[in-house]
Design a protein around this ligand. Structure first.
Ligand code: NAP
Length: 242
C-alpha cells in the first residue's frame, strides 16, 4: 500500500499565494491532489500558482462573495485549508470596533462560510478534511495580538464543535497552530533585529520555523491515514508551548 497519497482529491487553500498557505498547497500537490489557491492580489497569486501547478482564483474570503467564488472555482472540495489574513497588532483596550469586525470577518467568519460551502459535498462523498491554520496564540495569547488571539480561539472551538457533528460522515476537522514561522507576516510583525534575537532566544528550537514545516502537518491531516484524528490542534512551534 502506498502511504500518504491524495490522488484524485481536490483541495482549496485560501491565503495560498505565499507563506504557510503556499507551502501547504505545494505539499498537497506533491501528494497528488489538485489544488486551487485563493488570495486577493492577482499578480502574486498567479505567479505562485504557476510555480507549483495549481489553479488560482482571486477572492477575498472575508466576504460571502469571495468565499463563493473560491469554492466555485475549486469544484468538489475534498480538502479545505482555511488560512487567511492575520489581524494587525494593537493594545487590547484600544482595538476599534471596525478592527474587531474585520478580524471577525476575515479570520472567523471566513472559516465558517468556507466550511458550510464545502460540507454538503463532503458529506455526500462521505470523505472530507477541514483544516484551519490558527496560531500558537490560542494557548498562549500574545500581548500585542488581541484580535488574532480571540479569533483563533473561536476558530479552534468552532472546528472542534463541528468535528463532533460531522465525524459520522467521514469528515475530520482539525487546526494547525504555527509558532513563529519565517514568512512575510512575521517580517512585518518583527522587523527589529534586536527584538528578533530576543524572540529566537525564547524558542526552545532557537530558530523560527519554516513554512514547509507547518505545511507538513497540514498535509498529514489531509491524508486518508489521518481519518481517526479529528477535533485536534496540532502545534508546530519549535517547543514554544511546552
Ligand atoms: N508566520 C507566523 O509566524 C504565523 C504564526 C502564527 C499564525 N500565523 C497565521 O498563519 C496564517 C498564514 O500566515 P503567513 O505568515 O503565511 O501569512 P502571509 O505570508 O502574510 O500570507 C497571508 C496569505 O493570506 C492571503 N490573504 C490575506 N487576507 C486575505 C483575504 N481576506 N482573502 C483571501 N486571502 C487573503 C494573502 O494574500 P493576499 O494579500 O493577496 O490576499 C497571503 O496569500 C495567518 O492567518 C497567520 O496569522 C502565522
Amino acid at each position: 500500500m502506498t502511504l500518504f497519497r491524495l490522488d484524485g482529491k481536490r483541495a482549496l487553500v485560501t491565503g495560498g499565494s505565499r507563506g504557510i498557505g503556499l507551502a501547504a498547497a505545494h505539499d498537497l500537490i506533491r501528494l497528488g491532489a489538485r489544488v486551487t489557491l485563493a488570495a486577493r492580489h492577482e499578480d502574486t497569486l498567479k505567479t505562485a500558482a504557476n510555480a507549483i501547478g495549481a489553479q488560482w482564483v482571486v477572492a477575498d474570503v472575508s466576504t460571502p462573495e469571495g468565499v463563493a467564488a473560491a469554492v466555485t472555482k475549486a469544484g468538489d472540495v475534498d480538502i479545505l485549508v482555511s488560512n487567511a489574513g492575520g489581524p494587525p497588532p494593537g493594545k487590547p483596550s484600544e482595538v476599534s470596533e471596525a478592527a474587531w469586525q474585520a478580524g471577525y470577518d476575515t479570520t472567523f467568519l471566513s472559516a465558517v462560510r468556507l466550511a458550510n460551502a464545502v460540507l454538503p459535498g463532503m458529506r455526500q462523498r462521505q470523505w472530507g478534511r477541514i483544516i484551519a491554520i490558527t496560531s500558537l496564540t490560542v494557548g498562549r495569547p500574545a500581548p500585542t495580538l488581541p484580535v488574532s488571539n480571540a479569533m483563533r480561539a473561536a476558530v479552534t472551538n468552532y472546528l472542534k464543535t463541528l468535528a463532533l457533528e460531522v465525524a459520522p460522515d467521514g469528515v475530520t476537522c482539525n487546526t494547525v497552530a504555527p509558532g513563529y514561522t519565517a514568512t512575510d507576516r512575521l517580517k512585518a510583525l518583527h522587523d527589529n533585529p534586536a527584538d528578533t534575537d530576543k524572540l529566537i532566544a525564547r524558542i526552545p528550537a532557537r530558530r523560527f520555523g519554516q513554512p514547509n514545516e507547518v505545511a507538513a502537518a497540514v498535509a498529514f491531516l489531509a491524508t486518508v491515514e489521518a481519518a481517526y484524528m479529528t477535533g485536534q490542534e496540532l502545534l508546530v512551534d519549535g517547543g514554544w508551548s511546552i
